[in-house]
Design a protein around this ligand. Sequence first.
Ligand code: NAD
Length: 476
Amino acid sequence: MTDYPDLYLMIAGERVPAGPRDTHTVRNPATGEAIGELPLATAADLDRALEAAARGFARWRRSTPHERAAVLNGAARLMRERSEQIARIAVLEQGKTQAEARIEVAMNVGLFEFYAGEVFRLYGRALVRPEGFRSTVTHEPVGPVAAFAPWNFPIGNPGRKLGAPIAAGCSVIMKAAEETPASALAVLQCLYDAGLPGEVAQAVFGVPDIVSRHLLASPVIRKLSFTGSTVVGRHLARLAAEDFKRTTMELGGHGPVLVFADCDLERVLDTVVTHKYRNAGQVCVSPTRFIVEAPIFDAFRAGFTERAAALRVGPGLDPQSQVGPLANARRVEAIDALIARALADGAHLLTGGERLGNRGNFYLPTVLADTPLTSPIMNEEPFGPVALLNAYDDEAAMIAEANRLPYGLAAYAWTQDAARQKRLASAIETGMLGINTTMIGGADSPFGGVKWSGHGHEDGPEGVQACLVTKAVHEG
Ligand code: NAD
């Protein structure tokens, strides 16, 4: 038996248990074992959530910065106190290692604290006008937000989806992933326990397509915030467009990593291999296409493969594990199919390429070299523990490869040449670029992409601004 908590919907501050509702079975990805039954919202549940969100917005939009900051700071303090408990829940339902889950809690704490400060900086401006006239520009909360959070960061994604609307004075109905509901509920509970009124933030779960259609069809909802795949994002953006709802879309990527011959190779390898297999590669900013300058390709390939093969794959609750299982069985199937197709297309398998054991969703860290650009894995986000290593002759070819795909979320480059660093900063089409680092985010830094990776930002001042609308008032 595990110590996994009971599951419920959270509507208007009340826990709604399954009762007669259909349920979804939550499984531990390390064992395949059923650990919880999650109630799925009915249409009536969603209507109650919408009514509550409308009331919650009417109330919270008038809250003072001090009230919002007290809730966000209080929730941050509670999350820090409950860190071990919340991290354990995330490991049980998502699979990642405990160390990674603790980092996720800490990052969420940092974000809530940053937003708690940001609520005092939601400035407007006064325009220069003749005497007797006055014109002001102010920013107001956009309204109730429908927010959809995926399963890969079961703590951090809900934290982002809840924190920004609450800081901006909005209400929010969050549908976190059905695979990882308890982490999302634990984050929400910290906000409630810090004094957030129940109607301001709610959690529903259900059949995703039914929930999103229902919420986005309602005029109560004024903004959609979605993190997930480009395909689903495009579908939801179309639904939101019917009613001109604002959108923040954090979609897929296919992270290019440009490695030039003048880099510090050992440092690059020590950094990027760990970063690649973090969360078993199920990260939208994961480095995926390693675009390596030809003179160092052999050394890069050897060093990368050696490090990847040495990673310890195992259950997240085992402190020795460095890579946990994939979060769900369909990811194992998807990765397996992409790799099989790449090998059939002519890629070389350097390590991994198969499941580990027959219990749970474990997959070996995998390295492929010389994969043809036409193979699906070079074009679709693999979202798993696979690194793709290819050699290129010069900077121009490397930049062209980085920009070849319609995605533009995170990119990385390793070079000690200062002039080249500047050229890359300007040439690479991406929302976030790490030059000689994999640290591309932070509570104070905008997180988001361009092209098919979506639009709008989370985190940073931009994260709160994305939940505001602008009003100009002219008085004569
Ligand atoms: P998916 O595309 O079915 O779902 C992605 C997420 O969207 C899930 O959380 C799911 O619950 C939600 N979703 C799906 N259909 C929805 C709908 N109609 N309305 C509202 N929400 C809906 O894929 P998946 O198997 O869960 O994940 C695989 C792919 O999703 C990955 O290949 C990756 O591209 C993408 N993904 C991206 C992120 C990210 O951080 N950007 C996170 C998780 C998944």
